[in-house]
Design a protein around this ligand. Structure first.
Ligand code: NAD
Length: 454
């Protein structure tokens, strides 16, 4: 608690506000990540069996690209935004100041333990805040390296790294201290707990949650390309990805072709011994492993299905004959198991999608503009891709986030800066012009008011 009060005092001192401070800290952070690159990659291998290449694309390189973009644009983002002034207030000037929020808390999950903790950190630093980082206890090797790296890079009044069991550590902090913002990434269930605790003190929150992401494959889709892109995303990090396609909805005329194409490409990507593949990860822990193995008893396996508890390995698996009464179609899968369901009409597919409100991501594979527009206009989701899966989140020009059940608020690039800033709206009115029309007595001025205010 004393540490949090010290952070508050440090924030109040104004040290984090100037552009020069923010830029210098971001550059120092970039240098430190580069220094720790090998240790980070080794830790991610220990926790999730990620190759250095996968680490670069989805973790370290991802964060560095975000840093470079932020350093490049920070000065422009910090400029007061000039806006027009309406006739009623002429000749005033109106502008928006971007204010830091104060001391903010960032909470992350275990699946991309580096990226999901440190990408929001960049936005929070850029906006001039002091930051408490809470890593996930389920990716312990990565957490140890991140802690060492953060403590080497920043003083503890500016960025504080906190570890431990979230269910104890987070309520303890939130009960004793009022954060100025909470940025939470993780499950919907815990998101609700955080949201309730924050509401008690009216602390604003950003929630980046999960859900069941539908992936539509239309009859006019390029099946070979669709299979390649779906398999790449679904089985990356052994399916433990918030934006992975959770299940496929394929037009009935293309189901057989898609299953064949998927089988072929999975074999090509990960060989017939994926447990030994350089390109294939492992399940994070026994609890998640057991949960996933349970899904293998549901529906009919058409590819894969092997598992090994010792190695926390589950083979890339395709399942058919699933229905909405089964757990696999009720909960977020978050693993390398892909149910395939065929549809004959859009209405039928929409009804199934509607069982899980507001998916975080949505994908459609089609060569028709009309079909593309139909799906974009008829499903309420966070963000997504046409003829691709998950790559939208790697473009920092696109704000990333869910809606409703999959979260609220957005980040990445400028959206991160905005999330961690308060937009302070200011009107500056000159004193040389002060018409008495604005002041009492008002009698007889209605016609004029109606002309000015409309
Ligand atoms: P989780 O909710 O179990 O844990 C996330 C964080 O919350 C951890 O740091 C944990 O310590 C903390 N926590 C756990 N219980 C808590 C409690 N009772 N009170 C306060 N804090 C608590 O999530 P997870 O299992 O680590 O991650 C998987 C989930 O995260 C999936 O649902 C996935 O879709 C989602 N996710 C979403 C995104 C996104 O960007 N929207 C990204 C990655 C993962």
């Amino acid at each position: 608690m004393e540490q949090l009060l010290q952070m508050q005092r440090f924030f109040n001192s104004g040290t984090t506000r100037p552009y020069a401070f923010r830029k210098a800290q971001l550059i120092k952070f970039r240098d430190t990540i580069l220094k720790y690159e090998k240790q980070i990659h080794d830790a991610l291998y220990t926790d999730l069996k990620k190759s250095p290449e996968e680490c670069w694309v989805t973790e370290t390189g991802f964060v560095l690209a975000e840093l470079n973009n932020t350093i490049k644009h920070l000065k422009t983002w910090m400029q007061p935004g000039l806006v027009s002034t309406n006739l009623l207030n002429a000749p005033s000037k109106s502008f928006i100041l971007h204010e830091p929020l104060g001391v903010v808390l960032i909470i992350s999950p275990w699946n991309y333990p580096f990226q999901l903790l440190l990408t929001p950190l960049i936005g929070a630093m850029a906006a001039g805040n002091c930051i408490v980082l809470k890593s996930s206890e389920f990716a312990p090797a990565t957490s140890v390296v991140m802690k060492q790296m953060i403590e080497e890079c920043f003083n503890k009044e500016y960025v504080l790294f906190v570890e431990g069991d979230g269910a104890t550590v987070i309520p303890a902090m939130m009960n004793n201290f009022t954060f100025d913002h909470i940025f939470y990434t993780g499950s919907t269930a815990v998101g609700k707990i955080i949201y309730k605790m924050a509401a008690e003190k009216l602390v604003p929150v950003t929630l980046e949650l999960g859900g069941k992401n539908p992936c539509i494959v239309e009859e006019d889709a390029n099946i070979k390309v669709a299979a390649r892109r779906i398999a790449m995303t679904k089985f990356s990090n052994a399916g433990q990805m918030c934006v992975a396609p959770d299940y496929l909805l394929v037009h009935e005329s293309k189901k057989a072709a898609l299953v064949e194409a998927l089988k072929k490409i999975i074999l090509q990507f990960f060989s017939d011994k994926p447990e030994e593949s350089y390109n294939y990860g492992k399940i994070i822990n026994e609890k998640q492993f057991n949960r996933l193995v349970n899904y293998l008893q549901q529906g009919t396996i058409v590819y894969g299905g092997r598992f090994d508890k010792e190695k926390l390995f589950i083979e890339p698996t395709i399942i058919e004959n699933v229905n909405t009464g089964m757990g696999i179609m009720q909960e977020e899968i978050f693993g390398p198991i892909l149910p395939i369901i065929s549809f004959s009409s859009k209405e039928e597919a929409l009804q199934l999608i509607g069982q899980h409100k507001n998916p975080l991501a949505f994908y459609v594979f089609t060569s028709s503009h009309t079909k593309e527009n139909f799906w974009l206009n008829n499903v309420a989701f966070g963000g997504g891709c046409i003829n691709n899966a998950s790559w939208h989140l790697t473009n920092h020009h696109l704000p990333f986030g869910g809606r409703g059940f999959s979260g609220s608020g957005q980040y990445h690039g400028k959206a991160s800066f905005d999330t961690f800033s308060h937009k302070k709206s200011i009107m500056k009115t000159p004193t040389w012009f002060d018409p008495s029309i604005k002041y009492p007595p008002f009698k007889g001025k209605l016609k004029l008011f109606k002309w000015v205010i409309r």
